[in-house]
Design a protein around this ligand. Structure first.
Ligand code: GDP
Ligand code: MG
Length: 162
């Protein structure tokens, strides 16, 4: 069976856009409405001749427990069912309480965790990335899911941790 990468993060940080970018095709549902991806969806990905499965975990709505608990639960599930986890953060917003809660969950993970600092569309955005070291999950990797910059380095890093 091929390794599985679960993509987690708050609504609207660009998880589905990034999944599409990493796949090199348009499949995951992207919309401006937060939480629009209804289900956890798995896609077959291929990079440098290696296959893996990408899971877009945007399929939850904030429930009675609230957004933070929901995203934390999503991360918990991801780290038990995937071989590696990619936490996507909107670098323009930085780490919110939700990311801090998720990071607490993910730091206990025995699986590798990568942090993508998304929406770094231009050079000005680069300065936002460094603050994400505070999550304690290693080096945040700048990407623009919209433009594609950084996606090759991110894919290389993903294959390295499998
Ligand atoms: P999700 O809820 O985390 O799956 O987020 P989506 O992929 O649906 O994206 C939410 C919004 O962010 C959409 O309007 C995207 O076009 C936008 N977005 C995603 N990635 C980027 C990026 O790299 N740069 C910018 N500027 N916008 C992005
Ligand atoms: Mg989505």
């Amino acid at each position: 069976p091929q390794p599985v990468l679960a993509v987690v993060g708050r609504p609207n940080v660009g998880k589905s856009t990034l999944v599409n970018r990493l796949l090199g095709r348009r499949e995951a549902v992207v919309q401006d409405v937060p939480g629009v991806t209804r289900d956890r969806v798995a896609y077959d990905a291929l990079w440098n001749g290696r296959r893996f499965t990408l899971v877009d975990t945007g399929g939850w709505e904030p429930d009675a427990k609230g957004l933070q608990a929901s995203v934390a639960a999503q991360a918990e599930l991801a780290m038990h069912t995937a071989d590696a986890v990619l936490l996507v953060v909107d670098a323009r917003v930085g780490a919110t309480e939700t990311e801090e809660a998720v990071a607490r969950v993910l730091r206990r993970s025995k699986r590798p965790v990568l942090v993508a600092a998304n929406k770094v569309d231009d050079q000005r955005g680069v300065s936002d990335v460094h603050s994400l070291w505070s999550l304690g999950l290693g080096e945040p990797m700048p990407v623009s899911a919209l433009h594609g910059s950084g996606s090759g380095d991110l894919l290389d890093a993903v294959l390295d941790v499998f």
